[in-house]
Design a protein around this ligand. Structure first.
Ligand code: ADP
Ligand code: MG
Length: 694
């Protein structure tokens, strides 16, 4: 199905000259495994290498090219001394300096009397122009680039090598038909795709490496257009697919609503009505529920699940971690007490007889709602008649998983939920294939959370305060104490967490617990359960508690090294408190070296509690190019469409994609075929095709 004209672009870079296994590994880590990946690895700077013919104009410290007639070799007398070659050229005396040189090679390659052109960083020492380790030595000046693209690098791979690989990759660009509208291209002043890539790799001035340069904007636009097209195609496919219709009968829902200990918020009612209508219709539902932490998404999910059960269909509820699946199982069991609904929990930890019996019951339709991790949708789990899948905290699952899931369960309705606030401007790149509902109101009984920013030097006083708070007569205050655990410095961070735990043990003795990602599941559960049951005053944790955990009596959140967390992460963590009726506080502790941006970010946390506002502010603070990790946010990672560029171009790209598909829904016209190429180029079509095949 892939047009063969593109094959050279989709080969591994190991098919290029000079790329052996070791360098392939390094390049793969740097840019990606395929030829097309290195083509999108664009330079960030330019080295100018003017050719100098007069010594007076040479500016020391800059790059340049000069000629010289070699006059003498000065081998090093010991290992600390460099090997030197001296001579004279148009700029006067020139000296080349080599440390740890291969003396025999240099002597042979550059004999006395030969004229060479030499390029590198130029320094003046006395009256002599000096170049240490020249970048180029050539017979003719034309062999040395006047403008040299400087690429982002990785250890073990030099700029020359990357340029060399990319130069080869550029020769593989096929002649492709234009997929953008001619008038639009002209109006924007953008080059065609091939030229855009070539220009991208051949910057002449620093300006040319700016993401706002025509060539780069065009490539960024292509990425966004491909993304929007792919999502629209998925959406179109989903709509065409007949879904299982699950009209509400009221058999369970009425009783459930009456049994709730609270009134649904207006937003919960509105969103539930949207979902209920989707479920009733014979079109398959693919809906995203966005709601800030604590906005009450779980109840909305349970309402939807009950509507499936009313129709004698089964529901699946997936959570991203074992801890959360367990918590949801307990919470939902409580909510459904007294109703004739059979609930079960399945995680990777259930093994042996218990597991096989559960799976049997599920296949026989003896379980109505199954709660678990994504293990729920593995091969050996068979539902008798699955009608609805709910995915909680969807950002932990990628777009791919979402699509595989839709394909595996044909016609099954899908509700995905997320608390990750994605700026409105970018939500489309992640969720363009879904209908979106927003829970934009929090239950009325919520107390505002007081947020303070403190230096970590205040920890001893803070501990004493917490001791007083928790040991007060009749107090039910519980405290989360979060330490960062960053993958890159895992070991030292883990030590820091343990130290903090030990320090707190001296004060709180057996009433402090520790959970971290390196612990066994059962151990974590036991500690979490003890905290939930109020047997612990303080829970020291790494970010394993980030999503979903619900302990209403916890009212203090301490976050160490808050400057190391993203705003979205901090917001999630803070959402763990303020869930009950007690006044809650969040203390953001920062280390000694706080940058201005970090300070500004912490201030935003102090000033607002609205996840969507936080997301927008975060976007403003982070410059272009600093991409929100895909894993964290659910946003796709683009090569060129940085957040800033995306927020400028996305709207047009979306409209464009809509118009294209309205005119040519199956992309069969000439232009449609070109657009398929675009989808291939950005490897978005694979996702579309998974669905088609399914
Ligand atoms: P999230 O959207 O973060 O998943 P949850 O569903 O866990 O939020 O709800 C947070 C808490 O609010 C839970 O303890 C839940 O029982 C409670 N809750 C949900 N809806 C309401 C409501 N309408 N009024 C009062 N409390 C509610
Ligand atoms: Mg939740």
């Amino acid at each position: 199905m892939r047009p063969s004209i593109l094959d050279p672009l989709f080969q591994e870079i190991s098919t290029l000259a000079g790329v052996g296994p070791r360098l392939f590994g390094r390049l793969k880590a740097l840019a990606g495994p395929l030829v097309i990946d290195v083509l999108f690895h664009l330079p960030t700077h330019v080295n100018q290498r003017p050719v100098y013919t007069h010594s007076t104009v040479v500016e020391p410290g800059t790059f340049g090219t000069v000629s010289m007639v070699i006059e003498a070799h000065h081998p090093s007398r010991n290992r600390r001394q460099p090997y030197r070659i001296t001579g004279t050229g148009q700029v006067g005396a020139v000296e080349l300096v080599f440390f740890h040189a291969h003396a025999a090679y240099l002597t042979q390659k550059y004999p006395v009397g030969r004229t060479v052109w030499v390029s590198g960083r130029l320094e003046k020492r006395g009256g002599v122009l000096q170049i240490r380790h020249p970048d180029f030595i050539a017979d003719r000046s034309e062999e040395i680039p006047l403008h040299e693209a400087v690429y982002p690098l990785i250890a073990g791979v030099g700029n020359r090598f990357v340029s060399h690989v990319i130069a080869q990759a550029l020769t593989r660009i096929p002649d492709l038909p234009e997929w953008l509208d001619a008038a639009f291209l002209k109006q924007q002043g953008w080059p065609n795709w091939q030229t855009a890539l070539k220009k991208g790799h051949a910057p002449l001035t620093a300006d040319d490496t700016s993401p706002y340069r025509a060539a780069r904007l065009r490539l960024a636009y292509d990425e966004l257009l491909a993304n929007q097209l792919a999502l629209l195609l998925v959406r179109q496919r989903n709509k065409k697919e007949v879904g299982i219709s699950l009209p509400s009968t009221g058999r369970l829902l009425e009783a459930f609503k009456l049994s709730l200990p609270f009134r649904l918020t207006g937003a919960q009612q509105r969103v539930s009505a949207e979902i209920s209508a989707d479920l009733s219709s014979s079109e398959k539902m693919t809906r995203l529920l966005q709601g800030d932490v604590g906005s009450g998404k779980t109840v909305v999910a349970v309402l939807a699940l009950l509507q499936a059960v009313e129709n004698r269909y089964q529901g699946a509820f997936m959570a991203p971690t074992d801890i959360l699946a367990r918590q949801h199982f307990q919470g939902i069991s409580r909510l459904l007490e007294g109703l004739p609904v059979r609930l079960a929990l399945l995680t990777g930890r259930d093994k042996g007889k218990k597991r096989s019996e559960l799976l049997k019951a599920l296949a026989l339709g003896e379980i109505d709602i199954l709660i678990g991790t994504h293990a729920l949708l593995t091969e050996e789990v068979h539902f008798a008649h699955l009608g609805l899948v709910v995915i909680d905290e969807q950002h932990k699952f990628g777009v791919h998983q979402r699509l595989t899931l839709a394909q595996k369960q044909k016609g099954v309705n899908l509700l995905v939920m997320t608390a990750t606030p994605i700026p409105r401007t970018l939500a489309l790149t992640a969720y363009g294939d879904m209908d979106v509902s927003r829970l934009d109101e929090k239950p009325a009984n919520r107390q505002p959370i007081e947020t303070r920013v403190l230096s970590m030097t205040k920890i001893p006083e803070l501990m004493e305060k917490i001791r007083q708070l928790t040991q007060e007569q009749g107090s039910r205050t519980q405290v989360y104490w979060i330490c960062p655990l960053v993958e890159t410095s895992e070991k030292s961070d883990l030590t820091a967490v343990k130290h903090r735990f030990e320090a707190l043990q001296k004060i709180f003795h057996e009433r402090v617990g520790l959970v971290h990602g390196k612990m066994k599941g059962e151990e974590k559960d036991a500690v979490m359960a003890a905290f939930s049951a109020g047997q612990l005053d303080v829970l020291v944790a790494t970010t394993v508690i980030e999503v979903g955990v619900d302990v209403p009596t916890a009212s203090v959140m301490v976050i160490e090294h808050a400057e190391r967390f993203g705003l979205a992460g901090l917001h999630q963590l803070r959402g763990r408190v303020g869930r009950g009726s007690t006044r809650s506080s969040c203390l953001l502790l920062h280390g000694p070296h706080l940058s201005q941006t970090a300070q500004a970010r912490l201030n935003i946390m102090r000033e607002t509690d609205d996840g969507f506002v936080i997301a927008e502010e975060d976007l403003k603070l982070r410059g272009a190019g600093e991409i929100l990790g895909a894993r964290q946010s659910g946003l796709p990672v683009f090569h060129l469409a940085s957040e800033d560029v995306a927020s400028r171009l996305l709207w047009t790209a979306t409209k464009d994609a809509q118009v294209i598909l309205a005119l040519d829904p199956d992309l069969i016209s000439e232009r449609g075929r070109a657009l398929r190429i675009l989808l291939y180029l950005f490897r978005k079509d694979r996702e579309v095709n998974t669905l088609k095949a399914g």
